[in-house]
Ligand binder design. Structure first.
Ligand code: CIR
Length: 252
């Protein structure tokens, strides 16, 4: 059960964040409405949500998932892989320190939380453009001290591991086509997201519910087979900035 979430308001300069998406310029008021609906959905599932103020110097800082990895025993503060995002982690630490002891990933290791998938006591850590092998190994060693195990997974496509692979309960992963046959995920049941709907792999599993991006009917149909209630949210503006549902909160 998740009981808490931390999110951050997007700033009025959020369109200056990093993006590779070619989906047009995002709109601030639409972003705010979508972000409000997101917070509301988390609250409707019983989470106590702390919403931090925007960080004017960091237009991507509302993607709070990337700056920490929170386990029941410890919060690991990351060292973000993108130059423009280095320093975002400083203001999350005092917030997480209210709930957990904190430890840090240090240079030359880099890691974005979007590459870290926690499933019970096992972690998959994506090695991507943002997370390097040193950062992944540092995180893995910290997790081992707390009794967790980990596997490193090369991420050749998509920004982060969780852009393409997410846990949806009952031993099941929601996976993009490129990850469906990967050995690392052998022991899980899988629901495969068709390539044309690849963005929908970034679906959130919270307290027996799924929150998925709106506009992906085939993925919705496949997810309906789980029997879990599905909440659809329009996250078009975050998508324009290469982000989505998992990225906009830390859940614990
Ligand atoms: C970035 O490129 O860092 C942001 N514009 C998007 C981060 C998305 N975060 C995530 O997938 N965890």
């Amino acid at each position: 059960m998740f009981t808490h979430a931390i999110a951050r308001m997007p700033g009025s300069n959020f369109a200056e964040g990093i993006t590779t998406a070619n989906l047009g310029k995002p709109d601030f008021s639409r972003m705010n409405r979508q972000h409000q609906a997101y917070i509301q959905a988390l609250r409707s599932l019983g989470l106590e949500v702390t919403v931090l103020d925007a960080e004017p110097n960091y237009p991507d800082a509302y993607f709070v998932e990337d700056v920490a990895v929170v386990t029941p025993q410890v919060a690991i503060i990351t060292n973000p892989g993108a130059q423009a995002r280095k320093g975002e982690e400083d203001s999350i630490e005092p917030v997480l320190a209210r709930y957990r002891p904190t430890v840090h990933i240090r240079n030359p290791g880099t890691i974005d939380g979007g590459d870290v998938l926690m499933i019970g006591t096992h972690f998959f850590i994506g090695v991507s453009e943002r997370t390097n092998p040193d950062g992944a190994t540092q995180l893995g060693r910290i997790l081992e001290r707390y009794g967790y195990t980990f596997t490193m997974v090369p991420v050749a496509a998509g920004l982060h591991l969780k852009s393409s692979v997410n846990f949806i309960g009952e031993g099941t992963l929601l996976v993009g086509e490129g990850f469906a046959e990967r050995d690392e995920f052998n022991s899980y049941e899988k629901i495969v997201v068709p390539q044309a709907e690849a963005y929908a792999a970034n679906t959130l599993w919270i307290n027996g519910h799924l929150i998925m991006p709106a506009g992906f009917p085939e993925t919705k149909r496949r997810l309906a087979a789980t029997g879990l209630p599905i909440i659809e949210l329009d996250v078009s503006e975050a998508q324009k900035m290469d982000g989505g549902l998992t990225c906009m909160s830390l859940r614990f």
